[in-house]
Design a protein around this ligand. Structure first.
Ligand code: AMP
Ligand code: ZN
Length: 467
């Protein structure tokens, strides 16, 4: 299958040509584990999951590596502020190691419940300090670093291609200095590779290094770990769009300055999930977690379906109305699939094959998932295709969609084909419960009861069962 991807580096859709036919190397920047992931972060991980599934579906073997940032990510991207984990530990009275473990576990609970396939390698930064030190030494030997005020800096003036991903202009690099610039920096865009001096006193996480006891900068983590697991050149690097101007720009500078070679062939970035007030972000303190959606009666897969409805390169406005629409559509889909009978592998007739071909064409065309979903709907509504073939085609498509459509039985048991009225009541009940308005919650439960269903509260949220 021909695969085309939008490459942020060229700003063009390009035909995907892997470095090796044997395995595609793919690296995605992982979470900074100082707080829960919000559903905006999770949108990015769903996009990366679809990318990996599509490549696998197209016949490639993918080696997917993701880091866990458990040290070095400061509250400001320009090396200002405090380490996010240290701050979270101080505020909660827990150790940084406990914070990292707690939020890493919480992250993977969300990851799994969204049916995102786990990466082949999950690498916490704190377990790869020797690789980072080795890379900084290599940069030092190449004349790309300087030490000032106790920290080791990368000098961007030693790397002429600096800013090529973000298309930063030279004058922006010189004069775009922010007001609160670290006075140790020769160029305002220089960045820290290794900190030994912290204005916040002793950090809990520190390691010995040739430059003194300290801790790594955030950007060096991804360069060192991706090259350690995928080699000095690999195929795809992805993340959220906010990583382009600083994080990925600095990753490229370090990696290519160290090796003297082009580092990554395809750069892919997922756009933001927006709230009414703009980008959903952890630092603003106002964000939605997957648990909030569960508490309001949604299945995590409703959110997955919601994300599939928009192209990964477009901004997506979150709303509970939109999510309710996604839930109704997913349950309707599941209801149709469950009515197709028992699965038996069958050969597809040319008419059914035309649907799977169209589906493949859309997913391989830079992940046009909403169009791929309409092909699935078209197939299910087509009266001329036998049910057994439809079911085989649905299974094939679900390898990419990851909506667990072949596990429809559980959806049916939990009230597939929920009417709009029932969905609405469920959401109102969850809202009442969240507001501790027990009287309203009970009243709504009675209404649901009168419709012939009862609600079972489970750790994964309420489940509606037909009586
Ligand atoms: P973090 O845990 O903050 O390091 O972010 C994890 C991932 O989520 C990164 O790839 C970010 O670029 C991405 N991200 C952050 N905010 C959003 C958002 N509102 N919508 C989509 N992706 C986001
Ligand atoms: Zn990264």
């Amino acid at each position: 299958m021909k695969v085309c991807l939008f490459n942020t580096m060229s700003r063009k859709i390009e035909e995907f040509k892997p470095i090796s036919r044997d395995v595609v190397g793919m690296y995605g920047c992982g979470p900074t584990v100082y707080n829960y992931a919000h559903i905006g972060n999770l949108r990015t991980y769903i996009f990366e999951d679809i990318l990996k599934r599509m490549l696998t579906h197209a016949g490639y073997k993918v080696r997917h590596v993701m880091n866990i940032t458990d040290v070095g990510h400061l509250t400001g991207d320009g090396d200002d502020g405090e380490d996010k984990l240290e701050k979270s530990a101080r505020e909660s009275g827990k150790s940084v190691w406990d914070i990292a473990k707690f939020y890493t576990d919480a992250f993977f609970r969300d990851y799994d419940s969204l049916n995102i396939i786990r990466p082949d390698v999950i690498c916490p930064a704190t377990q790869h300090i020797p690789q980072m030190i080795a890379l900084i030494k290599r940069l030092e030997e190449g004349g790309h670093t300087y030490v000032a005020g106790g920290n080791v800096y990368f000098s961007i003036d030693t790397f002429p291609d600096y800013g090529k991903l973000a298309r930063l202009k030279l004058d922006e690099l010189q004069s775009g200095a922010r007001i609160d610039v670290d006075s140790n920096k020769r160029n305002p865009k220089d960045f820290v590779l290794w900190f030994t001096k912290s204005k916040f006193g002793e950090q809990a996480m520190m390691w010995d290094s040739p430059w003194g006891r300290g801790y790594p900068g955030w950007h060096i983590e991804c360069s060192a770990m991706s090259m350690h697991y995928l080699g000095e050149q690999f195929d795809i690097h992805c993340g959220g769009i906010d990583a382009i101007p600083v994080h990925h720009t600095n990753e490229i500078a370090q990696s290519e300055a160290a090796t003297g070679k082009k580092w990554v062939n395809y750069w892919m970035h997922g756009e933001f999930l927006l709230t009414e007030k703009g980008k959903m972000s952890k630092s603003s303190g106002e964000f939605l977690t997957l648990q909030v959606l569960r508490d309001r009666g949604f299945d995590p897969l409703d959110y997955r379906y919601f994300c599939l409805g928009a192209h990964y390169r477009t901004q997506l406005q979150f709303s509970f109305e939109g999510l309710t629409g996604a839930r109704n559509a997913r349950l309707n889909l599941a209801e149709r699939v469950s009515s197709l009978g028992e699965f038996k592998p069958v050969e597809l007739s040319p008419a059914a094959k035309a649907y799977t071909d169209d589906f493949d064409g859309f997913v391989c065309d830079d992940l046009s998932m909403s169009r791929a979903l309409s092909v699935l709907w078209g197939l299910l509504k087509d009266g001329s295709i036998p049910d057994s073939e439809k079911l085989s085609a649905v299974r094939y498509m679900d390898e990419v969609l990851g909506l667990e459509l072949d596990k429809v039985k559980s959806v049916a048991d939990s009230g597939s084909g929920l009417s709009a009225e029932l969905s609405d009541l469920l959401e109102k009940r969850a809202k009442a419960k969240a507001e501790k308005d027990w009287a309203t919650a009970d009243m709504i439960r009675n209404k649901i009861d009168a419709l012939g269903f009862f609600v079972k509260d489970t750790p994964d949220g309420p489940v509606v069962v037909k009586k």
